[in-house]
Design a protein around this ligand. Sequence first.
Ligand SMILES: [Zn+2]
Length: 293
Amino acid sequence: MPDSKCPLCHATQSQRLFSVGSHDLLSCDVCELIYIWPYPQDSGQVYDSVSDYKYDDLEIMSAETHFESSKLAYARIYPHIRPYYQTADATLDVGCGTGYLLDQLREFPQLKRVGIELNVPRAAFARRAAECDVYEQPVQQFDTDQRFDVITMIAVFSHAPDFAGLYSSLRNLLTPNGKLILHVGEFARNVKRNAVFDWEVPDHLHFMGLKTAQYLADHFGYKIVHHYREPLADLIFARTTWRAPGRSAARNRIKRLVTLTPGALTLLKSIYKLRHGTSIYNSIIVFERTEMG
Ligand SMILES: [Zn+2]
C-alpha cells in the first residue's frame, strides 16, 4: 500500500488485515503495530474530539455507568499493579476516566495521586470521586516539576496518537527507574475481523501487535520488567465481564440474558477459542525507565 507509513516506526511495508467500515487495518512488517488507514494526520484534532465526546448521546455510557463498569474491569487489573505503589511517592493516571483507580489508590496514604483526563465531564467526575488533581490536557502539554514513580495508562494506548511525543513525555515525567504501566490488547497478525465484537474504529487508531511493546521500549528509553498476557477468550467470557454494563442498551440486554443461561458462557468460550485460538491477549505491560545510551 503506497504512503501508508506506520505511525510508530515509519516503515512503509505492511500487510492489510481487513477493513472495518471505511478504514483498513494494516499490520506493520517492522514493529507489528496494527493501525487504521487512513490514519489521522493531526493529533491535535484527535485530542479535541475526545474532550467533548457526548457520552450521553447514542446510548453511550454516562460518567456514573462508566465508574460502575470500571469496578469490574479493575478487579482483574488491580492485583497486578498494586505492588508497584507500595514504595511509590507519586503516581499519574493518564486517561483516568471517572477516577476509579485514583480512588482505589487512597489505600496508600503516602501516595500523591494525579490524573489526566481529556473528556471534560469525566474529568469533573474523577475530581469528585478521587479528590485529587485531574488535568484536562494531553501529556505532551502537561507542564509540571513533579516526577512520578508510577504512571498508568489503562486502555488508553489505542486512543493516543503521536507516539514519539507521548512516550518521550511520559519518560520525562518518570523518576529514574520509574514504571510506566500499560493495560492494553495485544493482537497476533493472524487476528480475524470477527474476533473482536466492535473494533471501535476510528476512536481506536491503532492496536499493539505482539512485537510492538518491545519496539516502544527499545526506541523510547524503557525496558520491559513485567509482561502479563492473558488470552482474551478467558476475559471476555468471564462472568464479571458479561455483567459489566457497556455502551449499548441492546447489547446490555443480551449480556444479561447470557449470564443467566446456565453453561452459556462456557459454550461460547469454547467456540470462540476454536475459531480464534489465542490471537488476542489482554495484557499488562510494565516498562521501567532506563537511561538512554
Ligand atoms: Zn511500524
